[in-house]
Write a new protein. Structure first.
Length: 323
């Protein structure tokens, strides 16, 4: 095998990339240029003169990358192979490199001998750092976008979903109901005489009641249910896969929890209305929330602090008592 000429060796020593010549048959390096020391942080002689150059090289590669490097370096295909891995320099510094290798045959008619493996390895640490920065920025933007989406559908006072969040959840629940033939129910909730409470004890006290009611509502729900604040003292609960009996039971739990809670200034109660929609009955799911509101108004007309289901009403409510 002819040695590398001095002139060519001098040229190769000026390159930024590490240039290697391997003898696959002897499993040993034939040549490596000075760039090895710059990238690996070790003199080339330490590598070339090592009792087992492959073991020496493997020891300088990050443990998580050794298997990937080994698959590529063992026997590159005729059209070459490329692999990225991390180099562990002395004192713990890590450098990313990209190595491309390709077999070269001195005697193409004798594939079993006379061949070298030529490899060129470039330091891509800065590129990796830039990629990591871009990935971090992408994740930050994605998190900001998800946070903004959540803010858009969240009531800032109570942390419950707002009307937009309720409508999105209703659309998903209706889609699921169509697929499975299951009912969907809604419960409309209005705090009784809230304006009187607000005027008597002040807006901060009124806000505290709203927050407390939102908390009570959330505590009574299943993980699949959704509670939303849709107005000043108005809430709506969406109950997927829930029939009339389930809706009335859920509404009664909420009513009792509010009525039996300990309130600072005066007792607080709420009126509730339920409605249920089932696919295939000819009803429109778009009417579900409005029907729950109609049942709520009936509860107010009947004396407040009670639950009414829309199916119990002969006609829609036409007058709504105040408060």
């Amino acid at each position: 095998m002819p040695p590398v000429t001095p002139n060519l060796e001098a040229i190769l020593d000026q390159t930024l990339e590490v240039v290697w010549l391997w003898d696959p048959a002897g499993r040993r390096p034939v040549y490596v240029n000075r760039a090895f020391a710059r990238v690996w942080g070790r003199p080339a002689e330490a590598f070339l003169q090592a009792p087992c150059a492959q073991a020496f090289l493997r020891s300088t590669i990050h443990p998580d990358d050794r298997e990937r490097y080994g698959r590529s370096a063992a026997s590159p295909p005729a059209d070459g192979a490329a692999v990225e891995y991390r180099v562990l320099r002395p004192h713990g510094e890590v450098r990313w490199v990209r190595s491309r290798s390709k077999p070269y045959l001195d005697h193409p008619t004798h594939p079993g001998g006379g061949g070298w493996v030529i490899a060129i390895t470039e330091d891509i640490t800065e590129r990796k750092r830039h990629e990591d920065q871009l990935e971090a920025q992408r994740k930050a933007l994605e998190e900001a976008y998800l946070h903004l989406q959540e803010v858009v559908v969240t009531d800032p006072l109570t942390g419950a979903k707002n009307r937009r969040g309720l409508e999105a959840a209703l659309e998903r629940a209706v889609d699921d109901a169509h697929r499975h033939g299951s009912p969907v129910s809604a419960v409309a909730i209005d705090i009784d005489y809230f304006k009187v409470y607000n005027d008597s004890f002040g807006h901060p006290a009124g806000d505290s009641v709203i927050v407390a009611v939102a908390t009570i509502v959330q505590r009574t729900l299943r993980p699949t249910d959704l509670g939303a604040r849709v107005g000043g003292e108005e809430f709506t609960v969406l109950l997927p896969d829930t029939d009339r009996a389930g809706a009335e039971a859920a509404a009664e739990r909420i009513r009792r929890a509010i009525a039996h809670a300990r309130w600072q200034h005066s007792p607080v109660t709420a009126s509730l209305g339920c409605a249920t929609w089932t696919p295939g009955t000819g009803q429109s799911p778009a009417d579900l929330l409005a029907d729950a509101d109609r049942a709520l108004y009936q509860s107010k007309r009947d004396g407040r602090n009670r639950v009414t289901h829309r199916a119990d009403m002969a006609e829609p409510a036409t007058a709504v008592p105040a408060g």
